[in-house]
Design a protein around this ligand. Structure first.
Ligand code: NDP
Length: 291
């Protein structure tokens, strides 16, 4: 069996088209969504992400505001900038690119963002709202995974899901979203025993580990849907957390790396900015962009 490829690049392009149409309709009513991205320091990968975010924000017709600060910026100065952005009615979404330099308290910075503008969904209020099944801003990467899973499988109700990885930005919110869709969810991590056997139970397997080719082909239940969140730079280029060549012979469907989850993450950032803009203007949430 050769698995169906879940084409995140094409899915993201379709999503951006829908978002652009919604933005055009908002602009006709005199509302232009605005996304502010704050980058502290010179991390090369972060610079690439921030450039890409700015470009795609402008392409869907939103206003993009970039704030680049030097590595040695004092935390108080970053907090002052966040306060200005919180108070700025032209800014609907605020994203502080992580990781921050070591001298900054990441949690304090994230929790200084107005929760209604927290388009990354990392503010403690949004984390709590998601965990209790209430309307919130949802982290972009798991939101993109959920959209692809729903599109491919329809209902996730009763499915056995295993999420490998328990980070606050991917693993935990992914598990919350699957649970909310009534999947039966297990979160695995570095202390999990007999991970291969656990993974073999999964109808839905999400790998968010950060280790190249970590999930082997014989860990996968025949016909399972595999979502590979991993981005690992190797001598062979960019690879995921799943041994793709072996896995695609067993799985029913799988996301490739690159071209799977990655493109969906930025598309979902735009989706969240649109949702935040709709909410602050008293409009209904745009269709299909929230869980
Ligand atoms: P973290 O490093 O924060 O978390 C990795 C998780 O993997 C941890 O929970 C860790 O367990 C678990 N883990 C590590 N080793 C093992 C092991 N041997 N067995 C089982 N579990 C293990 O990573 P992130 O969640 O931030 O990212 C995961 C991957 O996803 C990375 O490759 C990252 O680059 C990628 N990513 C991709 C995005 C995209 O847009 N496509 C967005 C965000 C991330 P423990 O907690 O016990 O240490």
């Amino acid at each position: 069996m050769t698995a169906t490829l879940i084409d995140g690049k094409a899915f993201a392009a379709g999503l951006r088209q829908r978002i652009a149409a919604e933005v055009a309709a908002m602009r006709d009513r005199g509302i232009t969504p605005g996304l502010a991205v704050v980058l502290v320091g010179e991390d090369p990968a972060s610079q690439v992400y921030v450039r890409s975010k700015g470009k795609q924000t402008a392409e869907v017709g939103m206003n993009s505001y970039e704030h680049k600060l030097p590595t040695d910026t004092a935390e108080a100065d970053l907090l002052a900038l966040i306060k200005r952005l919180n108070d700025d009615p032209d800014v609907n979404g605020i994203l502080v690119q992580l990781p921050l330099p070591g001298h900054m308290n990441e949690a304090a910075v994230i929790n200084a963002i107005d929760p209604a503008k927290d388009v990354d969904g990392f503010h403690i209020l949004n984390v709590g709202l998601l965990a209790t099944g209430q309307k919130s801003m949802v982290p972009c990467t798991p939101l993109g995974c959920l959209m692809m899973l729903r599109d491919h499988l329809g209902s996730l109700s009763g499915k056995r899901a295993v999420v490998v990885g328990r980070s606050n930005i991917v693993g935990k919110p992914m598990a919350q979203l699957l649970l909310r869709d009534s999947a039966t969810v297990t979160i695995a991590h570095s202390r999990t025993q007999d991970l291969p056997a656990l993974c073999r139970e999964a109808d839905i397997l999400v790998a968010a580990v950060g280790r190249a080719h970590f999930v082997k082909g014989d860990w996968i239940k025949p016909g399972a849907t595999v979502i590979d969140v991993g981005i690992n730079r190797t001598d062979d280029g960019l690879v995921g957390d799943v041994d793709f060549a072996a896995a695609r012979e067993v799985a029913g469907a799988i996301t490739p790396v690159p071209g799977g989850v990655g493109p969906m993450t930025i598309a979902c950032l735009l989706a969240n900015t649109l949702t935040a803009t709709a909410r602050v203007n008293g409009l209904p949430d745009p269709e299909g962009l929230t869980p």
